[in-house]
Design a binder for this molecule. Structure first.
Ligand SMILES: [Zn+2]
Length: 304
C-alpha cells in the first residue's frame, strides 16, 4: 500500500461516484426517449408526461396513489413451503427469491391491502412484475385466497391489479395448481355476492390470464397493455404468419370484445370508485373532498 492507493484512488472514486447521483434522478421513457425527472414521474403515477406511456408501478406505489390519503393496511398472507422441489437452473430457486427480495424490498410478487378508495371500503391485490416477472407461485395463490377470504369476511369488493409472465416454473405443478385454487377463491366472492374487478396491466400473460385475471365482473385494462396466453412471438413462429398491428394489446382486445374498458391510469381511481359503488349499491361518491393521489405520492416521497 502506498499513498496513491490509500489516498488518491479513494478521492478519484468519490469524485466519480458523486457524478452518478444526479443520473439516478432521471428516468428515460422507453417509448419516446424523453428524460423524466423522477419526482415528476412519481407524481404522474409513472406515466410519461410527454407521450402518456404507462411504465411499471410497484404495488406499494400504486396503493399509495389509490387509497384515500395513501393509507392502507396490509393483509397477512400465509407463508407457503419454500422450494419444495429443490429446483435449480443456473441458480438455486431460494437464491433467486433472495435476489428478487433485495431488488424490490418486498416479500413476494403480490401485495394485499385493505382500505378505502373514495370512502368506499375495498380489498385490493397487486402483482409485482419486477419480482421474478410477477410469476404465479404458491405465495401468489395464498395471497389471492387471503384477499378473497378477507373480502368475504368484511363484505368488501375485491380489486385485482394483474401483471405476470405466467406460472413460476421453479414450483412446477404446484404453481399450475394455483389456477384452480384462485378460481375457487374468485367463486367464493361471487357466491357472497361481492364484486370482483380486474385491472390488467402490462404485461399479463400465461397461466395468470388463464385463471383469475380473466374472471372479473368488470375487466379493465391500462392503455397498450399486452394481455395474452401465448405471446405474439410464439404465435408468429407457430403459424408462420405476420400478426395484425396492435395484436393482443389492450385496445385491440377491447375492439374484439375481450375487455370492458381501457382506462388511463390517472382516471382509474375515479372509475373504480364509480363502478364499485354502483355494484355495491352505494350512493355516488362525494367528489372534491380529498386531495388527488398525485399530491399524496409526492408528499409521501418527500417524507421518505
Ligand atoms: Zn414517453
Amino acid at each position: 500500500m502506498n499513498w496513491i492507493s490509500n489516498y488518491v484512488r479513494p478521492k478519484i472514486n468519490s469524485l466519480f461516484s458523486r457524478r452518478e447521483v444526479p443520473e439516478n434522478l432521471w428516468t428515460k421513457c422507453p417509448e419516446c426517449g424523453t428524460m423524466l425527472f423522477h419526482r415528476e414521474l412519481a407524481a404522474n403515477l409513472n406515466v410519461c408526461t410527454s407521450c402518456d406511456h404507462h411504465m411499471a408501478i410497484s404495488p406499494r406505489d400504486r396503493f399509495i396513489g389509490l387509497f384515500d390519503v395513501g393509507v392502507f393496511v396490509e393483509v397477512k398472507v400465509p407463508e407457503p413451503v419454500v422450494d419444495p422441489l429443490h429446483f435449480r437452473d443456473q441458480k438455486k430457486y431460494p437464491d433467486r427469491l433472495k435476489a428478487a427480495q433485495k431488488v424490490t424490498g418486498e416479500r413476494e410478487a403480490m401485495l394485499v391491502a385493505e382500505g378505502e378508495v373514495g370512502r368506499t371500503p375495498i380489498i385490493a391485490v397487486a402483482q409485482d412484475f419486477s419480482f421474478m416477472a410477477g410469476s404465479m407461485g404458491m405465495y401468489v395463490g395464498n395471497a389471492i385466497i387471503a384477499a378473497a377470504q378477507r373480502a368475504v369476511a368484511t363484505k368488501r369488493p375485491l380489486v385485482m391489479f394483474s401483471a405476470a409472465g405466467g406460472a413460476r416454473m421453479q414450483e412446477g405443478i404446484l404453481s399450475l395448481m394455483q389456477m384452480p385454487r384462485t378460481t375457487v377463491a374468485v367463486q367464493m366472492l361471487k357466491e357472497a355476492g361481492l364484486p370482483y374487478v380486474v385491472v390488467l396491466t402490462h404485461p399479463t400473460t400465461g397461466g395468470v390470464t388463464a385463471s383469475y385475471a380473466m374472471l372479473g365482473d368488470v375487466q379493465i385494462a391500462e392503455p397498450n397493455a399486452l394481455i395474452c396466453f401465448a405471446g405474439p412471438r410464439v404465435i408468429e413462429q407457430t403459424i408462420r404468419e405476420k400478426l395484425p398491428e396492435g395484436f393482443q394489446r389492450a385496445e385491440y382486445l377491447l375492439d374484439h370484445g375481450m375487455l370492458d374498458r381501457v382506462t388511463h391510469r390517472k382516471a382509474l381511481r375515479e372509475e373504480l370508485v364509480t363502478i364499485l359503488r354502483m355494484l355495491m349499491n352505494q350512493s355516488p361518491a362525494v367528489k372534491g373532498d380529498l386531495p388527488p393521489p398525485g399530491d399524496i405520492l409526492e408528499s409521501a416521497e418527500v417524507k421518505a
